[in-house]
Design a protein around this ligand. Structure first.
Ligand code: AMP
Ligand code: ZN
Length: 466
């Protein structure tokens, strides 16, 4: 059966193929770089990685754009509080995000673009929307008039026919049931950074950055637009309104949304304080592969409950597969081919692919592999697994690992060398001398995240590993 995805727009499972030239044009909403991302965020990014890898395994090329939101309310608030420029402030968390992605083996998209690099394009898009009658200006800010877009609500399947014309909101995220005209361009408040522009000084709203960068790199119509379920409304609804008003074309053919990572029945989030960063977990000695495995082992449209036991089971599952692979590579196998087992291997590979084709049903794909490994281990113990069965079994593992990517152990990269620690300590001392205490604290915190504790003593800084 062909590759199928659940499309939030149609509320149906639909067969997927790119519209043009075998290349999937895909856009996903990236991180807001105001702090370290938590592993809830990484559930969505890990889903995107699985999606990318399975599209490739299905024979398609990829052209994937992800934005980095490097200007928004939270970033401005924090940067101003720390007396930093926006770019100095966001550079730290952008780099941390890239490092975390690498640790989790998340492939970089073909284009990873900070929003602030395209402010001119956003201004041009806002001007175009204005000349099309989709905007109005109030107190220096420009708003999108949602009453000017009849399709508003088609993604979130909300009926907004009773919306109050002219009700508007400056915040990027707002109440689910309440559709409001949203800010495309925000007039600067006292002390806030602003860009000079033909439409007056200000900064872009969050929603416009995605529309503009998606169209700029991928054209009017995307094959896939993806993100977390919390983005369906208002963010993605607003992206559709802006983009389709700009181009007159459908914005995205397929909309894919990942469910949340939960902690005891609640969404893992910064505001609830129930979160772990990747660094927190690495500092506890968790292998990055176990985190990656846990995040993708539950199909993306199901909520995933995060527990430490879940992480342990993930590590055990990976060990099982690694041990099986090792046996295939090192056991002395009897010559010949076990025909029924060859049939089982082919069936397991078929079931694996069938699971992934079925809207990335990773649970079914994993079940196919583990059931096979259980049976193959029995055959190995009984001396019935023959040498000519090994290549197909290794091939199945390779197919699995091209998507799940957990078989190769990470070098315990999280553990810093003494020299690296000394260098960070020296950097912190220099920051303190320069009275940059925020930076000094941040270095102390990142070291702590990596399991290194600093102690300021009379004779200087001492450090020890946890
Ligand atoms: P942000 O950096 O806040 O813009 O979020 C980045 C991405 O993480 C968005 O696509 C969110 O939908 C997603 N996200 C936030 N919290 C969670 C969670 N608990 N589980 C899964 N995805 C999440
Ligand atoms: Zn977006």
């Amino acid at each position: 059966m062909a590759l199928r995805f659940y499309n939030t727009l149609s509320q149906q499972v639909e067969e997927f193929a790119p519209a043009r030239d075998n290349t999937v044009r895909m856009y996903s909403c990236g991180p807001t770089v105001y702090d370290y991302a938590h592993i809830g965020n990484f559930r969505t990014f890990a889903f995107l990685d699985i999606l990318r890898r399975w599209l490739r395994a299905s024979g398609f090329g990829l052209d994937h754009v992800m934005n980095i939101t490097d200007v928004d309310d939270k970033i401005i608030r924090n940067a101003v509080a720390q007396h930093k420029s926006l770019s100095d402030y966001t550079a730290v968390y952008t780099q941390a995000f890239l490092d975390d992605c690498r640790t989790l083996r998340l492939e970089p998209p073909e284009h990873l673009v900070p929003a602030t690099r395209h402010v001119d394009d956003m201004v041009a898009a806002i001007e175009k929307l204005s000349s099309g009658g989709h905007t109005y200006t109030s107190e220096g800010s420009v708003y999108f008039r949602i009453a000017s877009f009849p399709g508003y609500g088609k993604l979130s399947h909300n009926d907004f026919s009773g919306i109050r014309a002219g009700a508007r909101v400056d915040m990027d995220e707002y109440d689910k049931a309440d559709a409001r005209d949203f800010a495309l361009w925000k007039a600067p408040k006292e002390g806030e950074p602003a860009w000079p522009a033909s439409i007056g000084p200000g900064r872009p709203g969050w929603h416009i950055e995605c529309s503009v960068m998606a169209i700029r790199y991928l054209g009017a119509t995307l094959d896939i637009h993806a993100g977390g379920v919390d983005l369906i409304f208002p963010h993605h609804e607003n992206e559709i309104a802006q983009s389709e008003s700009l181009t007159g074309q459908p914005f995205a053919r397929f909309w894919l949304h990942a469910e949340f990572l939960m902690v005891e029945g609640q969404k893992m989030s910064k505001s609830l304080g129930n979160y772990y960063t990747l660094r927190d977990l690495l500092a506890k000695g968790t292998a990055p592969e176990a985190i990656r495995y846990l995040l993708v082992s539950v199909p993306y449209r199901k909520a995933l409950n995060f527990t430490m036991e879940g992480l342990k089971s993930a590590a055990t599952a990976i060990d099982r597969l690694r041990n099986f692979k090792l046996r295939l590579e090192t056991d002395k196998l009897p010559e010949g081919l076990n025909q029924p087992l060859a049939g089982r291997t082919a069936a397991a590979a078929h079931q694996f692919r069938g699971g992934m084709d079925d809207d990335l049903n990773t649970a079914e794909a994993l079940a196919a592999v583990f059931e096979y490994v259980r049976e193959a281990n029995i055959a190995l113990d009984a001396g019935e697994f023959r040498a000519a069965n090994a290549p197909a079994a290794l091939d199945l593992l390779a197919q699995f690992d091209a998507v799940f990517d957990v078989l190769k152990p990470s070098v315990q990269g999280a553990a810093l060398t003494d020299e690296q620690i000394e260098a960070r300590v020296a950097e912190r001392t220099a920051a303190k001398k320069a009275r940059d205490f925020a930076r000094a604290d941040q270095i102390r915190q990142t070291l702590l995240d990596q399991g290194v504790i600093l102690e300021d003593t009379k004779s200087g800084v001492r450090w020890k590993r946890k």
